[in-house]
Write a protein that binds this ligand. Sequence first.
Ligand code: EPZ
Length: 426
Amino acid sequence: MDCIRIRGGQPLRGRVEIDGAKNAALPLMAASLLTDQPVTLARYPELGDTRSMLALLRRLGVEVTPAGPCSRSLALVTRRVASTTADYDLVRRMRASVLVLGPLLVRSGQAEISLPGGCAIGTRPIDLHLRALADLGAVIDLEGGYVRARAPRQGLRGARIRFAQVSVGATENALMAAVLARGETRIENAAREPEVADLAQCLTAMGAGIEGIGTSTLQVQGDTAFRPASHRILGDRIEAGSYAAGALITGGRIELAGAPADAMTATLDVLRSVGARIELSPDAVVVGRSGALTATEVETGVYPAFPTDMQAQLMAVLCLAGGRSRIVENIFENRFMHVSELVRMGARIRVRGRAAEIDGVRKLLAAPVMATDLRASLSLVLAALAAEGESVIRRVYHLDRGYSRLEAKLQAVGATIRRAAEDGET
Ligand code: EPZ
């Protein structure tokens, strides 16, 4: 396993190209199962998770070819479904595999998906996904660690789905199933994340009829007659926020080219409250620092609140902010795995239930640390970029799931960072 070595202390300055959003690309790729028409995705992010999704989709019968001059475009077409089973060996590596459930079920009338199991940040059940598909008429059985879903012979039928709790993935599964159900579906308490809206925009381009995109109530026509479609994937607001945090924690200034400013309001507001100076231009968000970092209080929540996927990155910045900060994590029950590693670097953080209190320190100290999950590993990178000395971050495969060309992008803005073979896992 690789590790990453970072010698901290340089302010990051320059321009970073923001990729297409991982959490938009994954459902968009799954949506290609719905139709035998080609779907072309531009600004496709080359990531561990998107590679896992491609492996799964190819097993299910999706043909994938690079499209167009830009290497970052993919054309996906499912002339026929070759399998309706998503195996455990793939699903356990990436729980977003569950997003093939709705499309497979409504295209082929059945689907067998391994239960994803939990991950470092929580148990992450899929009960809301299953209840929504049952509302559409699916028969769901759980056996041998698999979800087996079957549609009635006449197919799924439109229904009123009301989510008891907001869920990004469950909204996406329900939406993809509803576009091929017979008749209209109304989805209430739908997730409003920009990545859900991006999926709805692409489904519309493919021929679906969807009203209320971006709101918490979606009205879906059903019985879609699909046509070939092209879609440019939304910029990754979490990647952009992560590099913005890098500019802040190192006292530098980074131009985030292609950052989706309109989808980042809560993140930019919180970074401003900590001391960021932010300028918006037509194709970039520029983040600098307007003085010393100051403490703040933040709660994570469903969109448009401050996103849970930025919580670990913000915590790294707050380790150097004067005063006592407080972060409440409302979405996942165990998303403070980065705290113990940040404490090893000299941070002063106390966790009580869903709340973390951070007392700012003057400086962080380099140390060997261990990545535990995707966003936690980025918070360690941020801390290492600000710390004195050379830090070693192990298990960087977590990082590779959601950040492409991380070293190259950071080197381009002045970081001393390199990947090395693991020097013996201790
Ligand atoms: C999506 O996960 C994102 N992943 C996550 O990003 C993100 O943190 C999360 O949304 C919240 O914004 C992708 O889009 C691929 P949820 P998802 O369903 O859909 C509970 C990253 O770092 N829940 O909105 O799995 C669940 O346990 C990843 O890029 C149920 O109880 O999130 C959680 O506490 C991490 N039952 C809460 O709801 C269900 O059936 C929100 O989960 C589904 C979810």
